[in-house]
Design a protein around this ligand. Structure first.
Ligand SMILES: N[C@@H](CCC(=O)N[C@@H](CS)C(=O)NCC(=O)O)C(=O)O
Length: 203
């Protein structure tokens, strides 16, 4: 399998952590692919017209788009160890993944807004990002006990990855302040070998 990959992308990181946790990482050939909102990349677009990473291409040419779908694919071929196959726990896990992904989307958009020159930033957007990011972090704090109790799976991978991205790009957010349970859970999560091996870097 070929994966459009970058060491900077938190969405790619989700996939790489899942692949390591499922012990299928050796089956993935990573291709360094640069994806930015302002510069469509023809090499990615040959497989995914959205020019987004991660994009997975199977050996038969089938293209799998979006980190959630790629993780679901890897998990299905490995016996549903990260995403419950059925039952209420499936919807809880997938909703927590969606919360983590949505949080990441907010951070990516917020970063793109706040790296503009001050006179080009939209204050209402930045204010709204701040409100939503804070509320989502508060929700994660209430979920921390359940994340710690397990079972380990896609909810922990996505929320943990998103928090590590906040550490990487939003130093000033200080998300641990007032959220002791989340900070403690993330500390343990960040020590997993799959996390250590996939540390985000600006290359
Ligand atoms: N929902 C997608 C989001 C992927 C995403 O936004 N990836 C970023 C890199 S971190 C990207 O490709 N950005 C390029 C663009 O938006 O054009 C997923 O979960 O895979």
């Amino acid at each position: 399998m070929k994966l459009h990959w970058s060491p900077r992308s938190p969405f790619v990181r989700k996939v790489m952590i899942a692949a390591r946790e499922l012990a299928v990482v050796d089956r993935i050939r990573t291709i360094r692919s640069v994806a930015t909102m302002t510069q469509p990349n023809p090499a990615i677009m040959a497989d995914n017209p959205l020019s987004k990473i991660p994009t997975l291409v199977l050996d038969d040419g089938t293209v799998i788009v979006d980190s959630a779908v790629i993780v679901e694919y890897l998990d299905a071929m490995s016996g549903n160890r990260l995403i419950p196959a059925a039952g209420p726990e499936r919807w809880v896990a997938l909703s927590r993944q969606a919360l983590g992904d949505g949080f990441l989307d907010l951070l990516v958009l917020w970063r793109s807004e706040r790296t503009k020159p001050a006179d080009k930033q939209t204050a209402a957007l930045c204010d709204a990002f701040q409100v939503k990011v804070t509320a989502t972090l508060d929700r994660f704090e209430t979920l921390a006990g359940e994340l710690a109790a397990g079972p380990f799976g896609i909810a922990q991978i996505t929320i943990g990855c998103a928090l590590s991205y906040a550490d990487f790009r939003f130093d000033d957010l200080q998300w641990r302040d007032g959220r002791p349970a989340l900070a403690a859970w993330h500390g343990e999560f960040a020590a997993r070998p799959s996390m250590v091996a996939t540390e985000i870097v600006d290359d």
